[in-house]
Design a protein around this ligand. Structure first.
Ligand code: AMP
Length: 298
């Protein structure tokens, strides 16, 4: 009886993702992959994956033989009173999404393994790259980022590492650090992935209430308006910033941390817009801090 025949089993996936928490096991796995002549691409994240993360994984899949994803909510990049304890986590969902994307190794260490008792080594990038913008608002943030990324590079030994331009300054800092320390890793920057209505995807978007989510659309709206002004010939940064501040100020629950127009390489503020100018903004919507950025002349 055809109707009673057992349904055919789903074909097994053609790859088997391994989940590794132990640092030494991970490093040895990566060392043997390299010894076999294979290349490693690496996407470091704090988990609670979304399409932004997946876009990095898909590109990573193309660029290396072995695709490694790390999920680690790095305590040293959070300041006092920030959202470390309530940062959203859902490992089971992340695991399923990682498998779907063809991740080979998922590195999932705990904080005690990365920072054991007596831990004392930190990596810093000095100067304006880490003291302006996010660095001014979150003075210990980049020290945590550069330290953990250096450690992850030393464990995963990647040929290529992919980062999103959503965190524009982070990408600039990591690019600088990798070059200055002669780390043998190609750092690749990837475009910002947005929701259909323009909100830049972020794990922190789940914090937003319905009303805050609506107000948050002003970030991308402001960036688009600024780009429009620049495209139409306005080259005075001050005039564009005045427009941007008044746009952002219209939202009741929004507090501006900064809105600046900077040179994309040095991150120094500019007076006159050119092809290398980028607008960067950070705001709090209610209790949620959001960042976004965009080029002014494409
Ligand atoms: P996170 O888990 O927030 O630390 O982010 C991990 C990586 O994903 C970083 O390189 C981020 O820049 C990148 N990323 C986060 N959100 C986006 C996005 N909306 N578009 C592209 N990349 C993103």
């Amino acid at each position: 009886n055809v109707l009673l025949a057992p349904s055919p089993r789903k074909p097994a996936p053609d790859f088997n993702m391994e989940i590794i928490s132990d640092i030494k096991v991970m490093q040895n796995r990566c060392l043997s992959v390299r010894a076999a002549g294979q290349t490693i691409s690496f996407v470091p994240t704090m988990g609670f994956l979304h399409e932004g993360h997946l876009s990095l994984l898909r590109e990573g899949r193309k660029r290396g033989d072995l695709l490694v994803l790390s999920i680690f909510v790095n305590p040293t990049q959070f300041g006092q009173g920030e959202d470390l304890d309530r940062y959203p986590r859902d490992f089971d969902r992340d695991e399923a999404m990682a498998r779907e994307c063809g991740v080979d190794l998922l590195f999932y260490p705990d904080a005690e393994a990365i920072y054991p008792p007596g831990y004392a080594a930190y990596v810093t990038v000095e100067g304006p790259l880490t003291t302006t913008l996010e660095g001014a608002c979150r003075p210990t943030h980049f020290r945590g980022v550069t330290t953990v990324v250096t450690k992850l590079f030393a464990i995963v030994l990647p040929h290529v590492a992919l980062f999103g331009r959503k965190d524009f300054q982070q990408l600039a800092v990591i690019t600088r650090m990798t070059a200055d320390l002669n780390l043998p890793v190609e750092v690749v920057g990837m475009p910002i992935i947005r929701e259909g209505d323009g909100l830049a995807m972020s794990s922190r978007n789940v914090y937003l209430s319905k009303d805050e989510r609506q107000q948050a659309l002003v970030l991308n709206g402001t960036l688009r308006h600024a780009a429009e002004m620049a495209q139409n010939g306005e080259s005075d940064a001050e005039k564009i910033l005045t427009m941007a501040e008044s746009c952002l100020d219209k939202e009741a629950d929004l507090k501006i941390d900064y809105v600046k127009i900077c040179n994309a390489q040095s991150l120094e503020e500019v007076d006159t817009i050119d092809h290398d100018s980028v607008m960067l903004l950070a705001v709090s919507v209610g209790k949620t801090r959001l960042i976004d950025n965009g080029n002014l002349i494409s």
